[in-house]
Design a protein around this ligand. Sequence first.
Ligand code: CMP
Length: 136
Amino acid sequence: MSERTLVLVKPDGVSRGLVGEVIARIERKGLKLAALELRTADRAVAEEHYAEHAGKGFYNDLVEFITGGPLVAIVVEGTRAISAFRQLAGGTDPVEKATPGTIRGDFGLEVQFNLVHGSDSPESADREIKIWFPNL
Ligand code: CMP
């Protein structure tokens, strides 16, 4: 069954020139791009996106980081797109959890600078797509 997921190439991924690499992996997997935008997130969008992390120790740094430069927001579509992209991304910690062959495992070192975000459930995907692409 086709579904949609919200992917972000975070500011570290953009500044390191990894946008093409991430998109290539999404496309090679067989997933489709349904919407894509380069933008700098304002605080309201970042806080809404990361609402579940409000109050955590890393929350303020995370919001600063995600609003600190341009990112690429993408709606990715396809069969089991949510799990498929999370598999491509690898675990949240690029060293301890993500394995080589994944985006984070191949290119990341630090949890905060883990290059990409992918929705973790159909409910999150719906919520996040509405935040980033309200007109979709
Ligand atoms: P993401 O998948 O975008 O979802 C929440 C983000 O918070 C996560 O990726 C990391 O970038 C960040 N994060 C999670 N845990 C930590 C942590 N312990 N320290 C700093 N950042 C974190």
